[in-house]
Design a protein around this ligand. Structure first.
Ligand SMILES: C[S@@+](CC[C@H](N)C(=O)[O-])C[C@H]1O[C@@H](n2cnc3c(N)ncnc32)[C@H](O)[C@@H]1O
Length: 337
């Protein structure tokens, strides 16, 4: 499939099929496909479970770890607090939702959102195995989040925004569901801004390669576009931090076990024009931004000023009256002039 000639729904279908395969492989094999059980993380340390602390992984079901197909560790970077409500866009096998649920504790809650039935089934099995109760996995698309506005403290995501054919809609939806003051904490593949002398344009042959799109590479935004889109969605305090600069080996090993042919050797994922110089423009990045709280309502200030200048005191706004006997007039000194 040439990505230039596809509709949004065709891209969703292709991506869904790709990740349904990945989920089935984990579910049926209890491990990814290669060498009788090596996960993506063991094949290349740039993706999946390799991005987590061992202490995080040991508390999770094996199938949640093996299904890890991300490019970062957003829960570690998001600084989650007890009692917060978290939403994971493109939750896959549920690794970041289960970790979030632990971090926000019994007074908090974690939602996972995914469009792929097999991934949702795997995530729900992992939830049951982990014995987690403060979690719900929702079916839907990240371009139209099935949650009300202003209900979430933190939107996280791990290597999914790049897969969307409509990134503006994704970021608008993240903004809509966040409470004022809420934040996004996204791990994603991002094309870093070119340095002098570097390849400037990612070749069309790479951008339009369907395997590299489903493998989280071809759809990656340029860093400056990411910032522009976040700002257009309404976000402030935008920050994009490079976590890891990929090599050609990293890129060609991306998500190697989820393709239909399950080719696990490095180099399984390639395209014309994908050179070391092009690959090095791709990074794992951490993207954060905030939905500003509304500005304080200033209309009350002139009234306050009037009250002070008139030396008002409860129902008796007579200048001077309250100041003679503060205790009986106002009950407390600070309420008087
Ligand atoms: C690369 S995997 C990442 C899964 C998970 N975040 C992780 O770190 O393991 C991408 C996941 O996002 C889901 N996904 C991709 N595009 C989506 C979309 N537009 N709406 C909802 N889910 C999507 C896929 O079904 C898949 O489970």
């Amino acid at each position: 499939m040439d990505m230039t000639k596809t509709t949004d729904s065709a891209i969703h279908d292709t991506v869904r099929e790709h990740y349904a395969n990945a989920a089935r492989q984990v579910a049926t094999n209890a491990a990814a496909c290669c060498d009788g059980g090596a996960s993506t993380a063991l094949i290349n340390d740039a993706w999946g479970a390799a991005m987590y602390q061992t202490s995080d992984l040991t508390v999770l079901p094996d199938t949640a770890v093996l299904a890890s197909l991300g490019c970062g560790n957003p829960t570690a970077l998001a600084q989650l607090h007890p009692g917060e409500v978290v939403l994971d866009l493109g939750s896959g096998g549920g690794i970041d939702v289960l970790l979030s649920a632990k971090r926000v504790g019994p007074t908090g809650f974690a939602y996972g959102l995914d469009m792929t039935d097999d991934m949702l089934a795997l995530a729900n099995e992992n939830k049951a195995k982990a014995g987690t109760t403060n979690v719900v996995f929702l079916k839907g698309q990240i371009e139209a989040v099935p949650l009300p506005a202003n209900t979430v403290d933190v939107v996280i995501s791990n290597c999914v925004v790049n897969l969307s054919p409509d990134k503006d809609a994704v970021l608008r939806e993240a903004y809509r569901v966040l409470k004022p003051g809420g934040r996004v904490a996204i791990s994603d593949v991002v094309v870093r801004d070119a340095e002098p002398g570097e390849v400037r344009e990612i070749p069309d042959t790479v951008r339009h390669d369907v395997g590299l799109w489903s493998g989280c590479v071809a759809g990656a935004l340029e860093a400056h576009d990411y910032r522009t889109k976040l700002a257009a969605a309404g976000f402030a305090e935008i920050e994009i931090v490079e976590v890891k600069r990929y090599s050609l080996d990293d890129i060609t090993a991306t998500d190697c076990c989820s393709g239909s042919d399950c080719g696990c050797a490095p180099g399984a994922m390639t395209a014309e024009g994908l050179t070391e110089a092009v690959a090095s423009r791709f990074t794992s990045a951490f993207v954060r931004a905030t939905k500003s709280s509304p500005a304080p309502i200033l209309t009350s200030l002139p009234m306050m000023a009037t009250a002070i200048s008139a030396c008002s005191c409860g129902a008796s706004p007579v200048a001077g009256e309250c100041c003679d006997d503060k205790a009986t007039c106002c009950g407390e000194e600070s309420a008087c002039c």
